[in-house]
Design a protein. Structure first.
Length: 575
């Protein structure tokens, strides 16, 4: 989001309106300021219906000259009892219409070969019902498929099987595109698909048609310099028959609307993500809104049974076109009953704050640990943990190991913070890490400095979230980044804006995984401390997760589950 404060944005917006319209009623001025504050916090709109003065306020807004009904050419739009900035109303209504079209009538499918290829691809899953196979069947039937699951639930395996099945049924002729919100997420997705596709029991000619590269969404759409618009849109659609989007929970309303707008009329869209992770940084909660509509009717269950031989129960709630497109993967193959990480994530996700604290304090699992105390009390222990956690990385740096070895060592451990600023914020923890590892040496560039890119640079092919490490070379200091098929280096002077990266915010960690993490919480409960943040932080760890902070702050975070105000689910449900 913008670095400008919400109050400053609201003041400037109101000044513009004042110059255009003249003085506004006090109630209108107040609600506009509230709307600007809400959008800065990720809400798409302001719900006026719960207000006692909703009718009177609506009348005042509509007579003010700055607000109109749906479709009006005004700065504000009042629709379905919600007040929108015009651009967000446009994005939301456009996206709802296009997703509704994607979720329309099922595609034409020859069931006999489709069932044969699904039986060929899904042979080892002992879970009943086999939701992975059901999701694959749904993707063959539908043009829109939404697959949500936590870490280790098999999303990547499922989507590789889906792509293999689609190509097998279309003689390998489909154009498939892979994309993700960040460069790191795109690289992980491509790596996982490359590793998995050669295990498919399909002819080599079909396997060779499966893509091995993924792009960021911005690069896929084709950015225009100094513009919010992209090269690909409805008038110049993407060259693809199937688009797979990973880490879809990170995609905000505006970007998702532009992406779906760029799809060809015949294409399929497959969204992968975890509905329980943090929502996008910018306004919207598109993936969560879609998953909230999940409902399978008897017709859909019968179709899945006929195609996949999977008996899934119909939902109690009424199912709409979108709801029939949503599949949930719930069984984790990474975190079994012996996993403290998995159990802690489950309790946090369910809001069981007391049970989560008891689990952490009980020391019954070796893969989770709780460090109780405020930042002053934890200072010495945290320095020791930094020294231990980054020890293998720092040793690789100091002994002159290759960039690949150094990068692998760095990715074993990461500090995570809830905020950028403050004593437990990202910047302070990065300063502390440098002090622990380097002593009181001068700041700036040095051999071994890890950095995270914070702004896209399409010329350098560096994207927000990419992590690199500065290493000495005969040509001077170079910053090494993961690239397609290996590593590449760039001089520090050419880098776009960046931060030191021993510690990253939980938001920035999405799309990444580490062997070990240490999640450091601020002493005081803050609005950003939410259930989704705790869950997301915990599940970045593959082997060991450690939480640091005051118990009251952790409990408050797990109990705090705010939802974003949008109208997307209502629009889609009504459709």
């Amino acid at each position: 989001m913008s670095n400008t404060s919400p109050s400053a944005l609201a003041s400037e917006f109101l000044r513009v309106l004042h110059r255009r319209i003249g003085p506004l009623p006090g109630e209108v001025t107040a609600v506009v300021a509230q709307l600007m504050q809400a959008t800065s916090q990720g809400h798409v709109c302001l719900d006026l219906l719960p207000r006692d003065d909703a009718v009177e306020l609506a009348d005042q807004l509509l007579s003010s000259g700055i607000c109109g009904r749906a479709g009006a050419f005004q700065p504000l739009i009042l629709d379905l009892g919600r007040l929108y900035l015009a651009r967000y109303w446009h994005y939301e209504s456009q996206l709802a219409k296009q997703l509704g079209q994607l979720a329309g009538p099922p595609t034409t499918l020859d069931h006999a070969p489709a069932r044969a290829v699904l039986d060929q691809l899904f042979t080892n899953n002992q879970q009943q019902p086999d939701w992975q196979k059901a999701a694959a069947a749904a993707a063959l039937i539908n043009r829109l498929t939404v697959i949500s699951g936590g870490p280790g639930t098999g999303k990547t395996s499922t989507v590789v099987n889906i792509l293999g099945a689609l190509q097998a049924l279309h003689d390998g002729q489909l154009i498939i595109q892979l994309a993700a919100p960040t460069g790191k997420a795109a690289a992980r997705m491509a790596e996982a698909i490359r590793a998995r596709k050669h295990q498919l029991p399909l002819p080599p000619a079909i396997i060779d048609t499966l893509p091995e590269q993924a792009q960021t969404i911005h690069r896929l759409l084709g950015p225009r310099p100094e513009s919010i618009y992209f090269r690909h849109h409805a008038g110049n659609p993407l060259p693809c028959d199937v688009l797979v989007l990973d880490e879809a929970s990170m995609i905000d309303l505006a970007l998702m609307a532009k992406l779906v707008d760029a799809l060809p009329a015949h294409s399929r869209l497959i969204l992968l993500g975890d509905k329980d992770q943090l929502a996008s940084v910018e306004a919207g909660a598109v993936f969560g809104d879609l998953c909230s509509l999940r409902a399978l009717d008897q017709t859909t269950c019968d179709a899945l049974a006929a195609l996949a031989g999977v008996a899934v129960p119909p939902s109690a709630r009424e199912a709409g076109p979108i709801g029939r497109s949503v599949m949930l993967l719930t069984h984790s193959y990474r975190f079994d009953g012996r996993s403290g990480i998995g159990e802690l994530a489950r309790l946090a996700n369910q809001g069981e704050a007391v049970a989560a604290m008891a689990l952490l304090q009980g020391n019954q699992f070796a893969d989770i640990r709780w460090q109780e105390g405020n930042m002053a009390q934890l200072a010495n222990r945290l320095e020791t943990r930094i020294r231990e956690g980054f020890g293998p990385f720092w040793q690789a740096v100091q002994t002159g190991q290759s960039a690949a070895v150094v990068m692998a060592a760095f990715n074993r451990f990461r500090l995570l913070a809830a905020t950028r600023e403050g004593e437990a914020g990202m910047h302070q923890l990065n300063r502390l890490s440098e002090q622990v590892l380097r002593g009181n040496q001068s700041p700036g560039w040095y051999h071994g400095r890890p950095v995270m890119i914070t702004s896209n640079d399409y010329n350098l092919k560096l994207f927000n979230g990419d992590v690199g490490i500065a290493l000495d070379s005969p040509q001077g200091l170079r910053v090494w980044f993961e690239a397609e098929g290996g590593l590449r280096s760039i001089t520090p002077a050419r880098l776009p804006p960046h931060d030191t990266a021993y510690c990253m915010t939980v938001h920035k960690s999405q799309g990444s995984e580490f062997d070990q993490i240490a999640l450091v919480l601020p002493d005081a409960p803050l609005p950003v401390l939410t259930r989704n943040l705790i869950y997301t932080g915990i599940t970045r760890a593959k082997q060991f997760a450690e939480l640091w902070g005051i118990g009251a702050s952790l409990r408050a975070a797990i109990e705090h589950a705010p939802t974003r105000t949008t109208g997307l689910a209502d629009r889609l449900g009504a459709g």
